[in-house]
Design a protein around this ligand. Structure first.
Ligand code: SF4
Ligand code: SF4
Length: 293
């Protein structure tokens, strides 16, 4: 790859750099290439790997149980529902097209980081001054947003009132990644046809607009493991709609599911700290020097 092209890739990734998950993806590649975890932002990598582990085992539950953006978004569309007595769903084709945007963004990041960026470029970027204070830049972005950033955030917040989870469903490449990984999860929402009364409530309440009532096992990568369909099921008794392991016999208890999501995430940070991969090696003096430039 030519120097110019490497520079271009780095510039593009740099422009998108404000999100530390992207930094974690670069660190992951750096880890595979060098065999060691770099000490610049090791906590970011630990959190990233914990999110991957949660998705691998427990669907895309990171989005509904951990992610703060998902939490705010859920609050907003519920407020919107209370205000307008309904949520607005884009026409089916437009909805599919919009959902595709996050996969395009993910594809771009995966291509530019895992494919186009050479190992020496990754290392140079990880140890660049820009990356060293990526966490401070991210904080600064939220504490002192530009006019454009404020406008974009305002549009997304307003849009999240009538539309269910527009950022998560249409734009978040992180959600796209954990969604694709969640397809491998052994637990899935499973419907028992014999006891289902075909009321359609599960389909109505699903924030991802998955037609739960028409499926025996929800395989969709859009399922965020929120349990709304299960908790709203109108069938008598328990078990018509459940989160079941592969084989469809064993149902996972809701409390256990929640504890596992939080526990795996917490274990990621404990493991990171125990193995010395949590705190950054950037000294306070270096932070002050780089920020003051
Ligand atoms: S309501 Fe059910 S099917 Fe829809 S996202 Fe939540 S858990 Fe998945
Ligand atoms: S909410 Fe329960 S009873 Fe109603 S359609 Fe869905 S699975 Fe069947």
């Amino acid at each position: 790859m030519s120097r110019a092209r490497v520079a271009w890739v780095l510039t593009v990734v740099s422009a998108m750099w404000r999100a530390l998950p992207i930094s974690a993806l670069v660190s992951l590649k750096d880890w595979f290439a060098s065999g060691t975890i770099n000490p610049v932002h090791p906590a970011g990598l630990a959190i990233f790997l914990a999110a991957i582990a949660v998705s691998l085992l427990l669907k895309r539950s990171f989005c509904s149980w951990v992610c703060p953006v998902g939490t705010v978004s859920e609050l907003l569309w519920k407020c919107g529902f209370s205000l307008f007595k309904r949520n607005v769903r884009p026409p089916r084709r437009m909805d599919i097209g919009l959902r595709g945007l996050k996969y395009l963004l993910l594809l771009f990041f995966l291509w530019s980081i895992l494919w186009a960026m050479p190992p020496e470029g990754v290392s140079a970027f990880v140890y660049s001054d820009y990356n060293k204070i990526a966490d401070v830049r991210l904080l600064d972005f939220f504490l002192h947003p530009s006019g454009l950033a404020l406008a974009v955030i305002a549009v997304l917040l307003v849009l999240a009132l009538p539309v269910r989870n527009p950022f998560c469903r249409f734009l978040c490449p992180y959600g796209a990644l954990v969604g694709l990984i969640s397809v491998l999860s052994p637990v899935k929402v499973t419907r028992e046809k014999k006891t289902c009364v075909s009321c359609g409530v599960c389909t109505q309440v699903c924030p991802s607009y998955i037609p739960v009532m028409r499926q025996e096992r929800v395989m969709s990568e859009e399922c965020i493991g929120c349990w709304r369909c299960i908790s709203h099921c109108r069938a008598e008794g328990e078990g018509t709609l459940a989160m079941k392991l592969t084989g469809r016999r064993v149902a996972v208890n809701g409390l256990l599911f929640a504890l596992l999501v939080v526990g795996i995430f917490w274990a990621g940070s404990v493991l990171g700290k125990a193995t010395g991969h949590w705190h950054t090696a950037i000294s306070l003096g270096e932070y002050i020097r780089l920020i003051g430039r």
